[in-house]
Design a protein around this ligand. Structure first.
Ligand code: UDP
Length: 324
């Protein structure tokens, strides 16, 4: 297949592209490099520096290249930023994705794997979270993902565009060979922040709230290794290739760890001192988000391979020697 990976120079996309670049598929990365890293794009992979807001460039791409399927990662993904600047998110994530979906279906590309998020469940009443739970985004970022899921549903009904929307829990970790990893500026995510503190780049980790209804009072999340996520995308592509129906699937390990648990595990793995400061809650953080991942297992035959220790180990290897 000829596969177009949008946002393929970003954190999650680059880990998938690295695996796909060793497969028989022909891969093209589309990225505007506003937040991605060209260094992560492997040799032999086609690269298109295109902004999804540029409809002419998109139409031209689909004229020049025959594409069989699209894996769409390209998006802004900072919750806090989306609250402060929703227009940026609705334009980049909603208008950009719409432009891509429309250009693709006009060109007859009917297979789509979409990078979605567990944050669109909002504050669920029950754990673990199943795909049929009601949605209720708490921030513009999550709304942009839910809106595009709806666009894809409508494009299936009207035009037969088949999609798999993958709702990620907390993506973490890095390639085990240390070649590529997480590099955000600023970095909002817990594990790289803790490892920055272990490394000495930060004085301390702020713990955002210790008064949540959890055993130690800190938020619980489901941290999933980036390579397990990548594997699920390949399975989703194969699923679509088999001509199956559009679907929505959670991707998480099914295991929850509190902020304090993660800090303690990072202390053990790095052997370094990690200073902690207890701070107030961060706006919009649900207390617990853990996936029910049975559907991913049943529909995609997917099983997470890595536990949180391996996730932290791979992130630490990258932190000690980041390439970009
Ligand atoms: N968190 C924290 N301190 C930080 C960054 C994050 O206590 O410096 C907490 C955050 O409140 C959440 C969890 O760590 O409960 C995971 O946050 P992250 O931003 O990594 O992912 P999110 O769950 O928001 O997608």
């Amino acid at each position: 297949m000829n596969i177009l990976v949008t946002g393929g120079a970003g954190y999650i996309g680059s880990h998938l592209v690295k695996i796909l670049s060793k497969s028989p598929h022909s891969i093209t990365v589309l990225d505007n490099l506003s937040r991605g890293h060209i260094e992560s794009v492997p040799p032999g992979v086609g690269f298109e520096k295109i902004n999804l807001l540029d409809k002419i460039a998109l139409a031209d791409l689909f004229t020049r290249k025959k594409i069989d399927a699209i894996i769409h990662f390209a998006a802004f993904a900072y919750v806090g930023e989306s609250v402060e600047n929703p227009g940026l998110y609705y334009e980049n994530n909603v208008v950009g994705s719409y432009n891509l979906i429309e250009a693709a279906r006009t060109a007859g590309v009917l297979k789509f794997v979409f990078s979605s998020t567990c944050s669109l469940y909002g504050n669920p009443e029950q754990m673990p979270i199943r795909e049929d739970f009601k949605t209720g985004p708490l921030n513009p970022y999550a709304w942009t993902k839910l809106i595009i899921e709806q666009v894809l549903r409508d494009y299936d009904t009207a035009y037969g565009v088949k999609s798999v929307c993958l709702r990620y829990f907390n993506a973490a970790g890095a390639s085990f060979d240390g070649d590529i990893g997480e590099s955000h500026d600023p970095e909002p995510h817990l594990i790289p922040i803790i490892l920055d503190a272990a490394f000495g780049k930060r004085e301390f980790v702020s713990v955002f709230g210790t008064d949540y209804p959890t055993p130690d009072g800190t938020c619980i999340r489901d941290y999933i290794h980036i390579l397990d996520l990548a594997d699920a995308h390949i399975r989703a592509l194969n699923y679509l290739e088999e001509g199956r129906e559009s679907n929505i699937i959670n991707l998480g390990t099914g295991e929850g760890n509190s902020v304090m648990d993660v800090i303690e595990k990072c202390r053990k793995i790095t052997g370094r001192n990690i200073n902690v400061k207890i701070g107030p809650r961060r706006a919009g953080d649900p207390a617990i988000l853990v996936a029910d991942n049975r559907k991913a297992k049943e529909v995609l035959g997917w099983e997470p391979k890595y536990n949180i220790e391996q996730t932290i180990e791979s992130a630490w290897k990258w932190r000690l020697n980041p390439k970009y």
